[in-house]
Ligand binder design. Structure first.
Ligand SMILES: CC(=O)[C@@H](O)[C@H](O)COP(=O)(O)O
Ligand SMILES: NCC(=O)COP(=O)(O)O
Length: 236
């Protein structure tokens, strides 16, 4: 199982003071040395954390498996076509949200999503759809030619008790359906050291993208240790 480390919130700290530090690019070698396989960064339309120069710098790192998260807009598709990261993950975006609140509506915006997937795939970028574990959304992602679905684990992470058990079952069913349809299955959002093991137990999930909890843990134990601890949980 691959670990993608989302480095957005290193940029969040930098942007809070308008300084040049901390530099998200400086995190790349530390994350990889600690067991990460790839780096994820979300260039939001409002540029609240990752800036254009960050994503350009990441895309220029030789051999780096960069997963660029982005809204489905002409601006972002054009940037991704130009930079050609190894992978991109299309996500829903609302300017007023604190973080991504749910998955894409691939069913409802079929033609817009299909056009973006076609352009990005033609540029050689592997496209992932960030969706809730809903059968119709998984099937629609397959229909429009996406290679990957990233199942949104945010609700699972926020719920407790019976609701969390139900959401985990939905993720398990979604992962199985997606794999049966020939899609690669990733998962992410809101994952912590405590709630990650149950997601690791889903046999179809090949990659986790984790950011907020790793950067939060890094404040107390350092980035290398924070990444290594997630890697250890995944191995266990
Ligand atoms: C799409 C997703 O699950 C996360 O990568 C998240 O959107 C990161 O960016 P924010 O923390 O700004 O929401
Ligand atoms: N796509 C999920 C991601 O990259 C990280 O989300 P989070 O761990 O910051 O919630």
């Amino acid at each position: 199982m691959h670990l993608g480390v989302n480095i957005d919130h290193i940029a969040t700290i930098r942007q809070a003071r308008g300084t040049a530090y901390p530099d998200p690019l400086a995190a790349v070698s530390i994350c990889l040395a600690a067991g990460a396989n790839s780096i994820t960064a979300h260039l939001r339309e409002d540029r609240r954390h990752i800036q254009d120069r960050d994503i350009e710098g990441l895309a220029a790192i030789d051999g780096l498996h960069l997963n660029m998260e982005m809204g489905v807009t002409d601006e972002m598709v054009a940037i991704c076509e130009r930079l050609k990261p190894k992978a991109c993950c299309l996500v829903p975006e609302k300017r007023e949200e604190l973080t991504t609140e749910g998955g894409l509506d691939v069913v409802g915006q079929h033609s817009r999503m299909a056009a973006a997937v076609e352009r990005l795939s033609a540029a050689g970028v592997r496209v992932s759809m960030f969706i809730d574990p809903v059968a119709e959304q998984i099937r629609a992602s397959r229909e429009i030619g996406a290679a990957v679905v990233e199942l949104h684990t945010g609700h699972y992470a926020n719920y407790q008790g019976a609701a969390q058990v139900r959401e985990l079952a939905a993720l398990a069913d979604g992962a199985k359906l997606a794999a049966d349809l020939g899609l690669l299955v990733h998962a992410g959002h809101g994952l912590t050291l405590e709630n990650t093991p149950a997601i690791c137990a889903l046999p179809e999930v090949e990659e986790l993208n984790i950011g907020h909890a790793i950067i939060a843990d890094a404040i107390f134990k350092g980035l290398h240790q924070a990444v290594a601890d997630f890697r250890a949980v995944m191995i266990r």
